[in-house]
Design a protein around this ligand. Sequence first.
Ligand code: 5GP
Ligand code: ZN
Length: 113
Amino acid sequence: MTSCIFCQIVAGTAKAEIVYQDELVTAFRDIHPAAPIHLLIVPNRHIESVNFVGAEEEATAGRLFGVARQLAAERGIASDGYRLVVNTNHHGGQTVFHLHLHLLGGRSLRAMG
Ligand code: 5GP
Ligand code: ZN
C-alpha cells in the first residue's frame, strides 16, 4: 500500500532506523520512543490490524514474536523484562493502520497503563 507509512519504511522509500529485516517482518525504532528501547516490529505485507490476521498469517504472526524475543535478548533486556503491545482500532489507541508489535523496555514499565 503506497500511502501507508509502514509499507514505505519496509520498502525503503521512507526513512527509519531499521534494526532487523527478513522475508516476513521488519523492525525499526519508534520515532517517538516511550521507553529507552522502543522498537516496532511489522509484517512486510500490509495487514491493517489484528482484526485482519487470518490463518494464512500464522507464520508471520509467529515471526513477530520470535523477532521481539531476539531483539530483546540482543539488547540485554530479556531477564529484566519488557513489554509487547499491539493496539487495535480506536479503543486500543491504534494510530497507524499497519499491524505492529511495540517492544518497550530499558526501564520499569509497571506505572504505565
Ligand atoms: P499505534 O499508536 O498505532 O499503536 O503506534 C504507532 C506508533 O508508530 C507510534 O508509537 C508512533 O510514534 C510510531 N510512528 C508513527 N509514524 C512513524 C514514522 O513515520 N516512523 C517511525 N519510526 N515511527 C512512527
Ligand atoms: Zn502498510
